[in-house]
Design a protein around this ligand. Structure first.
Ligand code: DC
Length: 212
């Protein structure tokens, strides 16, 4: 079984996918981490001047163990990722990586769940189940701001909101594989929902026709 979960930054895709994976015994791949790991290959990702050769090479040679780097969780890593994600060759190599992951059904589990921006449209257009999870930008920024606060990371709320808005713009407007809902995806707007409510709705959708 392959489940695709797409949606904008900080919409809760990661948490939802983790919860579904646990409940249904699936292996999860957070595909944002792939783009983050590629961005990490840049010598100074804060003052970003993208060296295409370096990032294309990083995408070509990416290994699953590269995704364990704790630095990939930072806000800056996400911003850099959305910049390297517009490079066609990077997307091409990462597409192969993701498709291989899905086809290999790792660790003898029941299936895989991948979350990102283009899973249901490009990576696995024939996925068994497709969820598009969204929430309005202010709510996403508030959630991200609270998460960062819990981790003791000090940042201005306006900065978090600006980052989310500019990442939305880059993700929606890029030429290749932009963030778009697949025609046959199931839309969940989590703006006014708690994580367990989102999970219940998603599970009902997955079991809608006993296709699991
Ligand atoms: O899900 P995330 O915030 O970790 O993703 C970081 C960036 O990676 C996101 O802004 C765009 C890019 N990305 C992508 O282009 N396609 C995906 N399937 C996943 C992420």
């Amino acid at each position: 079984m392959i489940i695709a979960v797409d949606g904008p930054a900080a919409s809760g895709k990661g948490l939802l996918s983790t919860l579904i994976a646990k409940k249904l015994d699936l292996v999860r791949l957070d595909t944002g981490l792939l783009y983050r790991a590629v961005g990490q290959a840049l010598p100074d990702s804060v003052d970003l001047k993208i060296d295409k050769k370096i990032v294309i090479n990083a995408a070509k040679n990416l290994k699953i163990s590269d995704l364990e780097n704790p630095a990939l969780k930072s806000e800056n890593s996400g911003v850099v990722a959305s910049k390297v994600a517009v490079i066609p060759e990077v997307r091409q190599y990462l597409l192969k990586f993701q498709q291989k992951f899905g086809k290999n059904m790792p660790f003898g589990k029941r299936g895989v769940i991948l979350d990102g921006r283009d899973i249901g449209t490009v990576v696995f257009p024939n996925a068994d189940h497709k969820i598009f999870l969204t929430a309005n930008a202010n709510i996403r920024a508030q959630r991200r701001f609270a998460e960062l606060g819990k981790k003791g990371i000090k940042v201005k709320y306006s900065r978090v909101l600006d980052d989310i808005i500019s990442r939305d713009e880059r993700d929606l407007e890029r030429d290749i594989s932009p963030l778009v809902m697949a025609e046959d995806a199931f839309l969940i707007d989590s703006s006014n929902l708690k994580p367990n409510q989102v999970l219940d709705i998603a599970i009902k959708y997955i079991f809608r026709d006993d296709k699991v």
